[in-house]
Design a protein around this ligand. Structure first.
Ligand SMILES: Cc1cc2nc3c(=O)[nH]c(=O)nc-3n(C[C@H](O)[C@H](O)[C@H](O)COP(=O)(O)OP(=O)(O)OC[C@H]3O[C@@H](n4cnc5c(N)ncnc54)[C@H](O)[C@@H]3O)c2cc1C
Length: 434
């Protein structure tokens, strides 16, 4: 059954969330605009505003909606989560206010799936409660897109694992209470069994942040970088700090990255919608040559292309959510890769058009488009580059096909015509058709 309606009860929650995000979360974006701020638990003023807002979200049953009820979430499923994330995507702070901010969401998921009871109590619960933040430490300075190139290692020493090596772009490590670190534990094993995943408390001796790397838009001189270049100097953790088992690192990483990518895709719908809303208002308000911009056909093309592309993308994201909700585990892999690829392109195209339509104002730091534009770069890189995901899409699509042994393709018209003529030979002969 195909249905594009939201049930009225949940629609009421979405309406509440839309007003709440506009009135309560967006002011936080204005007061504490830097990307790292939602993760900075030391920012007392921001935390004082945040705490009562989170209580209101919990009262509405909208806290940590990515989680099942056993983990304190609502278990709404991915479609409802997609609709909610569209609303939250409009504001940088909203995911933190609603308990669904990455990378903590993904880290919580793998702790829930692979953590011991003790790890869940120590790390998962405070993470779910929003009291601490975490970091995911996988990419290395010499390799990112291909984990087979990773060299940061962990060796067993008695009852401990000793982690040695460097990691790059561990987002929010400077604010994190713990890091989830991927390390090579069996260099000679097959590529996907070489690595294991560890939970490392941030204060463990030997965890050294070499520097917090700034991205475009950050002011390095103000130390705004949030992507840590980290050295693990023979960092010792107990043997049960391993998540899953030895050699399961790749599997654990996949378990977290799929959800993270699709949640990001859902929020991107909201960002693009906000940019389209801004374009609509601008086109109807700004005048040139005696008429509003909306009368210009090239401006109409901006609006039409953006609306069509956004609708197509939104349907892809919702279909992906539906596949996750209804099909066996793993069925959504190709769809998630499609979302990841499409996200980077549509976000770039719509934000760029919105900036262009705002003219000089669009080039300033005086609209939300400024932060959105900086985000364009990370869309095609974070959680894996576009090129790698395109390969995954192609692989998934090609898995549905078989090669032909015939000389000509199955759709070859002369070959099929011979078969069609043979099928209806008697009638064709009766009517004198050769
Ligand atoms: C904002 C942001 C946040 C991030 N947060 C984290 C984090 O919290 N934790 C973490 O561990 N990492 C994080 N990363 C790192 C991210 O996962 C990597 O940037 C990504 O995996 C790509 O790795 P790389 O940067 O080393 O690029 P490389 O591996 O050096 O690739 C560079 C380029 O080469 C091309 N390329 C690579 N592979 C292929 C291929 N197979 N086929 C064709 N072309 C290819 C692509 O154009 C690619 O962009 C973050 C990155 C960004 C931008």
């Amino acid at each position: 059954m195909w249905d594009f309606q939201t049930d009225p009860e949940f629609q009421a929650k979405l309406d509440w969330a839309a007003t709440f995000v506009r009135e309560e979360c967006e002011p936080l974006d204005l007061l504490f605009p830097h990307l790292g701020q939602p993760y900075n638990t030391e920012n007392k003023a921001a935390r004082a505003i945040l705490a009562p807002l989170r209580e209101r979200v919990k009262e509405q049953g909208l806290w940590a909606c990515h989680l099942g009820p056993e983990l304190g979430g609502q278990g709404y499923g991915q479609i409802k989560l997609a609709l909610l994330n569209e609303v939250l995507g409009r504001s940088m702070w909203a995911p933190t206010v609603f308990g669904t901010a990455a990378p903590d969401t993904g880290n919580a998921e793998i702790l829930a799936m692979f953590g011991t009871d003790a790890q869940k109590e120590q790390y998962l619960q405070p993470l779910l409660d929003g009291d601490i933040v975490s970091s995911f430490s996988m990419t290395e300075p010499q390799a990112g897109a291909d984990p087979k190139e990773f060299i940061c290692s962990a060796r067993k020493d008695g009852d401990e694992w000793v982690i040695s090596g460097e990691k790059w772009f561990s987002s929010n490590a400077r604010y994190a209470s713990f890091l989830i670190v991927m390390a090579v534990t069996d260099p000679d094993a097959s590529p996907y069994r070489r690595m294991s995943m560890f939970v490392v408390p941030a204060e463990t001796p030997g965890v050294e942040i070499i520097r917090n790397v700034s991205v475009m838009g950050d002011r390095d001189e103000l130390d705004e970088g949030t992507h840590a270049y980290i050295r693990y100097n023979d960092v010792r953790v107990p043997s049960d700090a391993i998540l899953g088992g030895p050699g399961q690192g790749f599997e654990v990483a996949q378990a977290r990255l799929g959800g993270g990518r699709v949640h990001h895709a859902m929020r991107t719908v909201g960002k693009c919608q906000r940019a389209l809303d801004m374009m609509g208002e601008r086109a109807l308000s700004r005048r040139t040559q005696g008429e509003v911009l909306a009368k210009k056909q090239l401006v109409q093309q901006f609006i039409a292309d953006s609306a069509i592309e956004l609708e197509q993308y939104r349907l892809l994201v919702l279909k992906t959510a539906w596949v996750i909700d209804t099909q066996p585990h793993g069925s959504a892999r190709t769809y998630i890769a499609m979302c990841k690829v499409a996200m980077a392109k549509i976000y770039h195209d719509i934000i760029h058009r919105a900036i262009q339509l705002h003219g000089s104002l669009g080039s300033t730091v005086e609209t939300p488009l400024h932060d959105y534009w900086h985000g364009v770069i990370s869309m095609g890189l974070a959680d894996g580059p576009t090129e790698v995901h395109k390969v995954a899409v192609a692989r998934g699509v090609l898995a549905n096909y078989e090669p032909t042994d015939a000389l000509f393709p199955t759709e070859h018209i002369p070959t099929r015509l011979i078969a069609a003529k043979a099928k209806h030979a008697a009638i064709l002969e009766e009517y004198g058709i050769a």
